[in-house]
Write a protein that binds this ligand. Structure first.
Ligand code: PGA
Length: 248
């Protein structure tokens, strides 16, 4: 069975003080122990927030660089992230792809660096609106996974985390319906089964992201192939985030 996960992607929001309050409230909140909780704050806060999180929730980075060290102004190496107490990062978020030009090939380098250095990651995929309108979303998402992730071995893929985030639903208030989400998640699971076998496919957590909130999480999480969510806007307030965590 795949781990149930609710992860908050704060993006470029909240001050250090607000972040500390939010993590303290999540840690102190009434939460089901079956759900792994993660937050992805701005990297500057990761060290402090890892202390506040007291191993009750994971604190990860929204971005890292696949190189080990050197002349990469503004970037963070995996070893540096690990040295401040964090062991997980996002890869392939649509904003990194579209606003910062991260290509499939570059994302593959990030995947390989993470695997080589024992760094966990959530691999994000999802189609833009024009692809959904053209009806080619399954091919599009499969290509993203094949280009950057599906070169891994079954052993490396085991217990992995994939987030399906249709770009047209991110930050737009336009959530995928539970049947649209389930349909894509079931496809992703079937590609995993084809490539890696049933055991590995069932061990991978497939999260939904894109305007998931405390109103729609229950219905989305009730889908058999939806193992949780990657939450943007609704992760910035403890009350709504805790409601999402408890929506299973
Ligand atoms: P949203 O963002 O929940 O604000 O739509 C999700 C994400 O980008 O991960």
């Amino acid at each position: 069975m795949a781990q149930k996960i609710v992860a908050g992607n704060w993006k470029m929001n909240l001050s250090a003080g607000e972040g500390k309050t939010l993590v303290s409230e999540i840690v102190a909140g009434d939460r089901s122990s079956d759900v792994a909780v993660m937050v992805f704050p701005p990297s500057l806060y990761v060290q402090k927030l890892s202390e506040v999180a007291k191993n009750e929730i994971s604190v990860g980075v929204q971005n890292f660089n696949p190189n080990e060290s050197g002349a990469f102004t503004g970037e963070l190496a995996i070893s540096q992230v690990k040295s401040v107490g964090s062991s997980i990062g996002l890869i392939g978020h649509s904003e990194r792809r579209s606003l910062f030009g991260e290509s499939d090939a570059f994302l593959k380098l990030k995947v390989d660096a993470a695997i080589a250095q024992g760094f966990q990651f959530i691999f994000c995929c999802g189609e833009p609106l024009e692809i959904r309108e053209a009806g080619t979303e399954f091919n599009y998402v499969k290509n993203q996974l094949e280009a950057s992730l599906f070169h891994l071995s079954a052993e490396q893929m085991k217990n992995g985390i994939i987030a399906y985030e249709p770009v047209w639903a991110i930050g737009t208030g336009k959530t995928a319906t539970s049947s649209q989400a389930e349909e894509m998640h079931a496809e992703i699971r079937s590609w995993l089964t084809e490539k890696y076998g049933e055991d590995t496919a069932q061990s991978v957590s497939i999260l939904y992201g894109g305007s998931c909130n405390n109103k729609n999480a229950k219905e989305l999480f009730a889908c058999p192939n939806v193992d949780g969510g990657l939450i943007g806007g609704a992760s910035l307030k403890a009350e709504s985030f805790l409601e999402i965590i408890n929506a299973f």
